[in-house]
Design a protein around this ligand. Structure first.
Ligand SMILES: [Fe+2]
Ligand SMILES: [Fe+2]
Length: 295
């Protein structure tokens, strides 16, 4: 575990999307859609993180780590709520039907990754199996959190979004979330190590998590693009990703691939992936986080 300690707090942010267009990066429908997938992808997943970590908490014997895990839960619950709000008050208002996508997410988190996958009650009857499954799922969260940190750092530094005059409300939502991902980047890794999780299990789950995240972005982009009347012939996800990344509107494919490879270094620790001060600096000037601090 890394030695210095930073206390995680929940910021009760609120956003008003009444002036936010569907193409929130002006003239960049495709890049707008790719990033908007986050509103559909994360609410169910982040609530699942919270439920899982509440189950893991009794096994945490270190007071500081317990405090971190509780702070993590509070922050992820707020992320889930914020993106659910964007789904209802922003994407739906722009006539984007996300029901099919949400069904997939529900299946993933309510069935496949639940306490009893496929309703298999043996997980409830065998405490050792229950404990093992909590550990495995914590390895999944650690792999996901590696990417949320990488993407969080990217969006904090993506000046191209400012130059493109991206909608300030959505940009603040994504940057506030990205900053908190950077802020709590160590928790999932440290929890998995504390629970006795092995280096190998973290590596193995990364092979599942990485393609799954890419597929979920591709599926979500297709879902939104097909409902966008301004796009007569939606393009494939990788072509969109490559071209938007060239203009700095998405992270480069090569940098995401490199971040995937970094996870396999034996000395990997998320603390080395980003700078907490950079996240705190953004949170200090974020309009939504500032309003929350004053409330
Ligand atoms: Fe989050
Ligand atoms: Fe997170």
């Amino acid at each position: 575990m890394i030695d210095h300690h930073h206390r995680l707090v929940q910021r009760k942010v609120q956003f008003d999307y009444s002036d936010s267009p569907l193409h929130w990066i002006p003239g960049e429908a495709e890049a707008s859609h790719v990033i908007n997938v986050i509103h559909m992808m994360l609410p169910a997943g982040e609530l699942w993180f919270c439920r899982l970590y509440n189950k893991a908490l009794p096994f945490v014997k270190d007071a500081r780590l317990r405090d971190d895990v509780q702070g993590f839960i509070r922050q992820e619950a707020m992320h889930s709520r914020a993106h659910s709000g964007a789904l209802e008050r922003y994407l739906s208002v722009h006539n984007i039907d996300s029901s099919k996508y949400l069904k997939v997410m529900d299946y993933l988190f309510e069935q496949l990754l639940s306490d009893t996958p496929f309703g298999y009650q043996l997980f409830n009857r065998r405490p050792w199996l229950q404990r093992w499954w909590i550990g495995q799922r914590c390895a999944i969260v650690a792999a996901v959190e590696h990417f949320t940190c990488v993407l969080g750092k990217w969006i904090l530094e993506a000046d191209a979004l400012d130059r493109a005059k991206a909608d300030p409300v959505l940009l603040d939502l994504f940057r506030w979330h990205g900053a908190e991902e950077v802020e709590h980047r160590n928790v999932a890794h440290d929890l998995h190590v504390h629970l006795g999780g092995s280096f190998v299990s973290r590596q193995l789950w990364m092979f599942v998590v990485w393609p799954l995240i890419v597929w979920l972005f591709a599926f979500g982009t297709r879902t939104i693009a097909r409902q966008d009347p301004s796009l007569t012939k939606p393009r494939g996800f990788f072509a969109i990703w490559r071209d938007s990344a060239k203009r700095g509107l998405l992270p480069r494919i090569s940098s995401v691939a490199t971040s995937f490879l970094r996870y396999f270094k034996p000395w990997y620790h998320p603390d080395h992936e980003a700078n907490t001060q950079e996240a705190l600096d953004y949170l200090a000037r974020s309009p939504a986080a500032s309003r929350a601090a004053r409330a």
